[in-house]
Design a protein around this ligand. Structure first.
Ligand code: HEM
Length: 347
């Protein structure tokens, strides 16, 4: 599912940002974008976590083996942006048409390089992250039959026809779906690493939780550790959507205070609503049309932790993420069966 979700995620971002049909799902031509993006986010994450590498001039060594993938990725980004620039501003109802309007009015004018850095940011920020939560959801649903059945019942009872599944009140009213998404974001946060911040207080130290933070010090919390802290989440390694549906307000607000998959505050994620819409649609439509199960044999265990493996990677029920600013992952491998209703109700 990782591979297919990545194709889907990039296709959506292509349309959303630049009105461009990348068509990774249906045409293999541009699929080299996926490894290209992976190596560039890996490299970026190294700079962020180990700034010394850049200062020592060692940054050229990271990803040197994958230079071809990075260059090819950069080439198609140029092509996508170039194609969009050659079209009228409002040729598509995409992000570009809004951003360009904004820059038109800015005092310093339009900077093509700004557009470039936005594009470089947007593909991983909007595409890769949603890919992870959708892949994780397929992983956890395929391993938790109770959650799977409850979700399938909710979706199939809410929507009489496949065509009815679209953004709106019916979809947002699917409370169990929302709980399943939140639980996947909690247990497998797509941006799982530490997002460093330099607290600023007019040159004075900042006090956090009784600790004096001298000016110039960077601080940060990893969403993964926060989401697995037992002080906030009981049995944190269990996938349990019901934890989000309890009546106990105090406990709910305690959990929400430590739930930060999109980061928090003024620089928190701008695409949060888009994520819930996209993930909700993909999962609801898939479950309406298909039943699915884990593939047999060795294929079926791809994405799981392996018992005995070092470094907290021994939990078979946990979808394995590797921090690359976003996340690298693989699997799950699933088998899909078209439901009888799916055949009769779609046109
Ligand atoms: C599961 C999906 C997503 C997750 C987990 C996620 C997570 C995050 C996080 C943690 C940040 C803060 C980064 C930092 O402070 O350094 C962020 C920022 C941002 N995200 Fe997302 N994101 C997701 C999906 C999206 C989507 C779909 C879009 C666009 C449609 C998007 C657009 C943005 C933007 C524009 C920012 C920068 C906000 C700012 O700096 O003001 N994200 N996201």
């Amino acid at each position: 599912m990782t591979e297919r979700c990545k194709w889907l995620g990039m296709d959506i971002v292509g349309h959303l940002a630049f009105g461009y049909a990348i068509n990774l799902q249906t045409d293999p031509t541009n699929r080299y974008m996926i490894p290209g993006l992976a190596v560039s986010t890996y490299q970026f994450n190294c700079f962020m976590q180990y700034p010394l590498l850049k200062r020592l001039g060692l940054h050229h060594l990271i990803g040197v083996a994958d230079t071809k993938a990075r260059l090819e990725y950069a080439r198609i980004l140029y092509h996508i942006i170039g194609t969009r620039l050659s079209e009228p501003t409002h040729a598509h109802n995409d992000l570009y048409s809004f951003v360009t309007d904004h820059l038109d009015n800015a005092a310093d004018g339009i900077q093509t390089s700004e557009l470039w850095s936005e594009a470089v940011f947007f593909f991983p920020a909007a595409g890769d992250t949603t890919t992870t939560v959708i892949s994780a959801l397929f992983f956890y649903l395929s391993r938790n039959p109770t959650a799977y059945k409850r979700l399938a019942t909710e979706i199939r009872n809410t929507f009489k026809y496949y065509e009815d599944i679209r953004g709106g009140q019916q979809l947002t009213g699917c409370r169990y779906l929302r709980a399943c998404i939140d639980e996947a974001l909690r247990i497998s946060p797509p941006a799982s690493g530490t997002l460093w911040r330099e607290p600023y207080n007019d040159g004075e130290p900042v006090i956090i939780d009784g600790h004096i933070i001298p000016p110039g010090t960077q601080v940060g919390v990893s969403a993964y550790s926060l989401h697995h802290n037992e002080d906030y989440f009981a049995k944190p390694f269990e996938y349990d959507p019901d934890r989000w549906l309890i009546e106990d307000e105090a406990n709910l607000s305690l959990m929400h205070s430590a739930f930060a998959p999109f980061s928090l505050g003024a620089r928190g994620c701008a695409g949060k609503s888009m994520t819930y819409l996209e993930t909700g649609l993909v999962i609801a439509k898939t479950i309406w049309l298909f039943d699915f199960e884990i593939a047999p044999g060795k294929l079926g265990i791809v994405g799981e932790g392996v018992p005995g493996r070092r470094g907290e990677r021994g939990r078979p029920n946990e979808f394995q993420l590797y921090d690359t600013l976003g996340s690298r992952h693989d699997g799950p491998n699933l088998i899909f069966h078209l439901r009888a209703n799916g055949l009769t109700s779609t046109s």
